[in-house]
Unconditional design. Structure first.
Length: 447
């Protein structure tokens, strides 16, 4: 595995500038007829378990708006996050690459101003902007606190949200630095309000604006990540203890608030009459934790069991994605990067680890077999490798082999009964590890 120059890491490892490609007015995609490039609304929840939606079995509250995206479009039944924790998954979304290829993708949390995702080579929002899109980020960033890593530096025309890992929903204080990290652009914001509602209001403004260009909105809700605060709850006396408390009822109200927000965004799209010109995606950055349900899957956030990385993703694009479909195409976070760049007619200066999902989601092609890898090595050391329906898993209890087609809950270890396959996948994972950066311990981010 490649070693990391720690000093270069803390400087952000600013790479050479990339030349962004221009984009045509019309998209000539291989999967269909020539069409105008769509608006894109990419919605990501935070710590949202596979089973936390009505369409995936949650019964103690309702999520009609998010469910409707799946009913009006497609449910991706084999959808994964790029990591079982927040920041690395966002690295994958911004770069279209495995988090382990980027120094910032190896660590969690990010608590110094020296560490963040470099803006060069150009990441997703800059590539979208250079391709002719208006770009906006509303909500959570979590890719660097310092000015060098600000969303504006990455190509977002608008930014409204917080920079850190989590924030008090009432006071807006960062839960790790215990400082105000909430901004409108580069200006600190001290406006009152419940974060989820504030993000919804700004997202609706972005969608409702009449433009001459297509727009790309990245709506990054922090719900239902702790602090466990529902609308109307008071601020925590000490935000650093925000993981404490909570209840299923509070969690339900947090999710319901987010669902109402999604409903408002969908209504704004409808009010402008741009449903057939807009791709809407809803997903999560990783599996859930304390009050979440993971459906049939084992484990949760911070693990590479299916419960930590198997997330429900729904997408709609009327007239392009058939209504009410379920896709078995295996997908991962960085696939959406590749998909959005392809739709925009943009090209990344770096090779991507993701694939364009539109041929499969539009019904033009059948699902293709995938090989995916994961690693986390901070609070625990785990690795996973999926090839077809088979999954190799390494954690603190040992090494295992599962047939996900028959055993999605990872209950039956096949290491002995399928020894040859176990050897094949374990060696393939070791080979993948040699091609990415070496793990970084949690204490390496402390100064």
């Amino acid at each position: 595995m490649q070693a990391i120059d720690r000093r270069a890491f803390l400087r952000g490892l600013t790479a050479a500038s990339a030349v962004a490609a221009s984009a045509p007015a019309l998209l000539g995609a291989s999967w269909g007829v020539q069409r105008r490039r769509p608006n894109i609304v990419f919605i990501m929840a935070d710590d949202f378990g596979y089973g936390d939606l009505g369409i995936t079995g949650r019964t103690d509250y309702r999520t009609p708006a998010i469910d409707s995206i799946g009913h009006d479009g497609v449910q991706l039944m084999q959808s994964y996050s790029a990591a079982p924790v927040c920041s690395p998954t966002r690295v994958a979304l911004m770069t279209g690459r495995y988090p382990a290829r980027e120094p910032i993708g190896l660590i969690e949390p990010l608590t110094t101003h020296e560490v963040g995702l470099p803006a060069d080579p150009h990441t997703l929002p800059r590539l979208m902007r250079d391709a002719g899109y208006d770009t906006a980020l509303v909500g959570k960033w979590h890719l660097g606190l310092g000015p060098a890593f600000h969303p504006h530096r990455h190509g977002f025309d608008e930014f409204y949200g917080f920079l850190g890992a989590a924030a008090d929903y009432a006071s807006h204080r960062d839960t790790e630095t215990r400082t105000q990290q909430f901004f409108d652009g580069t200006t600190p914001v001290a406006a009152p309000g419940y974060l989820t509602d504030m993000f919804t209001e700004r997202a609706v403004r972005v969608v409702s604006k009449v433009r001459s260009k297509p727009f790309f909105l990245s709506l990054q809700y922090n719900a239902p990540h702790w602090p466990w605060q529902a609308p109307g709850d008071a601020a925590y006396p000490d935000s650093v203890q925000a993981q404490s408390g909570g209840s299923p009822a509070t969690f339900a109200r947090m999710v319901e608030s987010m669902d109402r927000g999604v409903a408002e965004v969908l209504r704004a799209i409808g009010a402008r009459g741009i449903e057939r010109d807009t791709l809407v995606v809803f997903t999560s950055d990783n599996g859930g934790e304390r009050f979440s349900h993971m459906g049939p899957y084992s484990e949760r956030k911070m693990t590479l069991g299916e419960g930590g990385i198997h997330v429900m993703t729904v997408a709609r694009w009327p007239g392009t994605i058939p209504r009410g479909t379920r896709s078995q195409q295996v997908s991962v976070t960085m696939d959406w990067t590749a998909t959005m760049l392809a739709l925009a007619g943009a090209k990344s200066p770096r090779s991507l680890d993701g694939m364009d999902l539109m041929p499969a989601l539009s019904g033009k092609t059948s699902p293709v077999s995938r090989t995916l890898a994961w690693r986390i090595a901070q609070r625990r050391s785990e690795g996973a490798y999926r090839k077809g329906d088979w999954k190799f898993l390494r954690n603190d209890r040992g090494e295992f082999l599962y047939d996900l087609s028959r055993d999605p809950g990872e209950k039956t270890d096949r290491r002995v009964t399928d020894a040859a396959r176990f050897t094949e996948l374990s060696r393939a994972f070791a080979s993948w590890e040699r091609g990415v950066l070496a793990p970084v311990g949690l204490d390496s981010t402390r100064r």
